[in-house]
Design a protein around this ligand. Structure first.
Ligand SMILES: *[C@@H]1O[C@H](CO)[C@@H](O)[C@H](O)[C@H]1NC(C)=O
Ligand SMILES: *[C@@H]1O[C@H](CO)[C@@H](O)[C@H](O)[C@H]1NC(C)=O
Ligand SMILES: *[C@@H]1O[C@H](CO)[C@@H](O)[C@H](O)[C@H]1NC(C)=O
Ligand SMILES: *[C@@H]1O[C@H](CO)[C@@H](O)[C@H](O)[C@H]1NC(C)=O
Length: 179
């Protein structure tokens, strides 16, 4: 029983850690997105990058402070660490006001104190879409307008037809009466 519980716990932990390594998230443009990353405690450097940006960083923290050296211009004033103290190794990144151009695969890597080399921690695939109704709105209004228009013309046609029939009937009765 205990062994079984142990194995269950172990597999759950493995599953959780595996799903933390690579993650897919979807956001709507205009939203603020949090890219999660938790590193060991002794952090010297934090590097958030995106493969398609080449040498340019999304976010870089080095020598005890963040730096905009080599930051890709599209992230200027739009990114920051969720917890500036990086308490408990939390180096999640907040990306403000995302656009469809922010779609891509983000990597979080850190250098621990006393070590050399970047250690990959998490990979997040972000997909930004335009909110539903953003472009569909006017189209929807157009449909409503069309339906209202059809209803109104339908009512008008029916009224006109009814009026015609009543007129004819009335006229017929009149002519019948006069003869
Ligand atoms: C993320 O999306 C890719 C395809 O876009 C898929 O192959 C992969 O399994 C997904 N991963 C997760 C963890 O959902
Ligand atoms: C995004 O974050 C900024 C700055 O923190 C805030 O002013 C804004 O209201 C947030 N926007 C959304 C959609 O949450
Ligand atoms: C968000 O980005 C859009 C387009 O890039 C811009 O027009 C808008 O002013 C930005 N909003 C904020 C709150 O920065
Ligand atoms: C996305 O990038 C393209 C090309 O760089 C640019 O023309 C467009 O305005 C950008 N769109 C947004 C929403 O920032």
């Amino acid at each position: 029983m205990v062994v079984f519980l142990g194995w269950t716990l172990l597999s759950v932990c493995l599953l959780v850690s595996a799903s933390q390594d690579q993650k897919n998230i979807t956001a709507e443009s205009g939203q603020n997105v949090t890219l999660t990353c938790r590193a060991p405690n002794n952090i010297r450097t934090v590097e958030w990058s995106r493969a398609d940006l080449g040498e340019k960083y999304v976010f870089l923290y080095r020598d005890g402070r963040k730096t905009t050296v080599n930051q890709h211009p599209s992230f200027k004033d739009r990114v920051d660490l969720q917890d500036k103290q990086m308490k408990d190794g939390g180096v999640s990144l907040i990306l403000n006001n995302v656009t469809i151009n922010d779609t891509g695969t983000y990597k979080c890597r850190v250098v621990e104190t006393g070590t050399l080399g970047l250690k990959p921690i998490s990979i997040i695939s972000l997909s930004v879409v335009d909110p539903p109704g953003h472009t569909g709105g006017p189209e929807k209004d157009g449909h409503v307008g069309l339906i209202v228009g059809l209803l109104v013309s339908g009512v008008l046609i029916v009224a006109a037809f009814a009026g015609f029939v009543i007129y004819r009937k009335h006229k017929g009765e009149k002519s019948q009466g006069s003869h």
